[in-house]
Design a protein around this ligand. Structure first.
Ligand SMILES: Nc1ncnc2c1ncn2[C@@H]1O[C@H](COP(=O)(O)OP(=O)(O)OP(=O)(O)O)[C@@H](O)[C@H]1O
Length: 338
């Protein structure tokens, strides 16, 4: 991204650990940037170094080398109270919020402005109200932390970060432990927040699919420490996405943006045609069941998938006979007879 000043930028950053004279480098020469209004997802397999990078960017652990700049200033030289007005961190699982109500948790976000006494002025109250409204947690305010579901608690923690009124928000695995609808809601919420507030939001996640769909940028952390950064679609098309996650037994389908389990195919070849949606789901079932899918009609079996007036049917032609079934279960059962 050119022309726009980043809220955060790294220069030749090296992250890792130093203890008892030993240095463990996780990743080096990182030149990354977080720009206003962008949602960036940090992806990488287990142990690749996502938490290490998040912690380093948040100033919770020192960089081994290089710089992190917040605006024009070096992170390492920012006093804690100034950093707290620039960057908020949501460590969803690790923060002990005890028995506070959701309102009290969100109010804690104003601590960098209210000082020890915690007396709220008009602006503090406005920022809290705005955070509550943006995250839609109005109905949760009087609930205590232990009365909140994981998804509700996560939203309250995002509201606390918003109340902190920082340009940068970093979230470590905000979708962990959430069910699919809540994962989607959380990612959409963060994407909308980046758009509407102009904040730069960085989150680490294992949600490859959701990140591909919602992130403005991806940072892909590979096991060798290399980081590929870019727009999701560019990283899919240039092969970076695939190479960051590929393991034996999986393949990545660039067309659909999904990972597939590789199965050993059997000797019987099947040609599929017909209704697009039915063909797509039938293909999945056939691959899992070990059939080899052919791209030409000249195969052992030809299947025509049809959807007419909400009635689904699969016509199977081959070995001198034609049969029709009405479910994928029956289709698989019939094919296994051949
Ligand atoms: N305190 C530490 N001292 C030394 N090495 C550490 C320390 N904490 C983590 N590591 C190592 O750093 C590497 C990266 O760990 P990190 O927790 O950053 O990975 P991650 O991508 O967040 O993993 P996950 O997806 O499993 O949460 C791992 O090899 C881990 O063993």
């Amino acid at each position: 991204m050119t022309g726009v000043q980043p809220y955060l930028a790294t220069e030749q950053l090296t992250i890792g650990y130093r203890s008892k004279g030993l240095t463990k480098v996780i990743s080096s020469n990182l030149n990354l940037a977080l720009h206003p209004g962008n949602l960036v997802c940090l992806l990488g397999s287990n142990g690749s170094g996502k938490s290490t990078l998040m912690r380093t960017l948040a100033g919770l652990q020192p960089a081994l080398d290089g710089n992190i700049k917040i605006g024009q200033k070096l992170l390492a030289e920012l006093p804690p109270e100034e950093l707290a007005r620039k960057l908020s961190l949501v460590l969803t699982e690790r923060i002990e919020v005890g028995n506070l109500t959701a309102r009290e948790i969100i109010t804690l976000g104003r601590t960098p402005y209210t000082g020890w006494l915690g007396i709220l002025n008009v602006q503090d109250r406005e920022k809290i109200d705005e955070a509550v409204s943006l995250t839609h947690v109005e109905d949760l305010l009087e609930k205590r932390a232990h009365q909140l579901s994981d998804g509700e608690r996560q939203k309250v923690m995002v509201a606390r970060a918003l109340a902190q009124d920082t340009d940068l928000i970093l979230l470590d695995e905000p979708t962990a432990h959430l069910d699919l609808p809540n994962r989607i809601e959380m990612m959409n919420l963060l994407h909308d927040l980046a758009r509407t507030t102009g904040k730069a939001i960085l989150l680490s996640t294992h949600e490859l699919d959701l990140a591909l769909q919602t992130a403005d940028y991806l940072w892909l952390l590979k096991h060798d420490g290399e980081v590929s950064a870019g727009v999701p679609e560019d990283l899919v098309l240039n092969g970076s996405f695939e190479s960051a996650f590929l393991k034996a037994g999986f393949s990545f389908d660039k067309m659909s943006g999904t990972f597939h389990v590789n199965k050993q195919s059997g000797p019987l070849t099947v040609y599929l045609e017909g209704d697009e949606l039915l063909v797509s789901w039938t293909k999945r079932a056939l691959k899992r069941a070990g059939f080899t899918l052919a791209i030409i009609a000249n195969s052992h079996l030809k299947i025509r998938a049809m959807s007419e007036n909400a009635v689904l049917s699969w016509e199977i032609e081959g070995f001198d006979k034609t049969q029709t079934v009405n479910s994928i279960e029956d289709l698989l059962h019939t094919l296994r007879q051949f």
